[in-house]
Write a new protein. Structure first.
Length: 163
């Protein structure tokens, strides 16, 4: 029986490796969500500029069409604000912190250190999941708002073409 077996943590390295891999995957997911938010912000900005051009008082748009376009601009602004707030930099916790390792665990037994680091990684994973969910919720709301704005613009376009 090895020392690790007697400590009851024979699979510590396996578990730690899997947790590290999950944190790596979580970072990729985090980065992907941020990329989607940046793309959404780009679409909001581009559609906003185009819509502003059609609401110019000198353009030949009916009052109803202009009202729908103004409503679309308001919804686009909301979509942009929601997407921006979801995109704002937040802490992605990726332990272990090198300074904490040095200050707290330099003289500790290796298994105790590894177990403490593992516990910290698992806690960070849970906190990161909450932040990712918040970012995804912001993305979903902003995407729905963008869709609503595009629908308003389309309705205004149909009204103008029919009129």
């Amino acid at each position: 029986m090895t020392n690790e077996d007697s400590d009851g943590i024979a699979s510590l390295e396996v578990v730690a490796g899997q947790v590290e891999r999950q944190l790596d995957l979580q970072w990729e997911h985090w980065d992907s969500v941020d990329g989607r938010l940046r793309l959404l912000l780009g679409f909001v900005g581009a559609i906003f500029v185009v819509t502003l051009a059609f609401t110019n008082p000198t353009s030949e748009v009916s009052d109803l069409g202009r009202s729908l376009l103004i409503a679309a601009i308001v919804v686009l602004i909301l979509a942009g604000v929601v997407a921006f707030l979801a995109w704002l930099p937040r802490l992605f916790d990726r332990p272990p912190d090198p300074r904490a390792l040095r200050e707290q665990y330099l003289a500790s037994p290796p298994n105790e250190t590894r177990l403490s680091v593992l516990d910290t990684m698992i806690q960070a994973y849970g906190e990161n999941e909450i932040r990712i969910t918040e970012k995804l919720n912001g993305f979903r709301v902003a995407a729905w708002l963008l869709g609503a704005a595009v629908l308003l613009i389309a309705i205004a376009g149909i009204i103008e073409l029919a009129g």
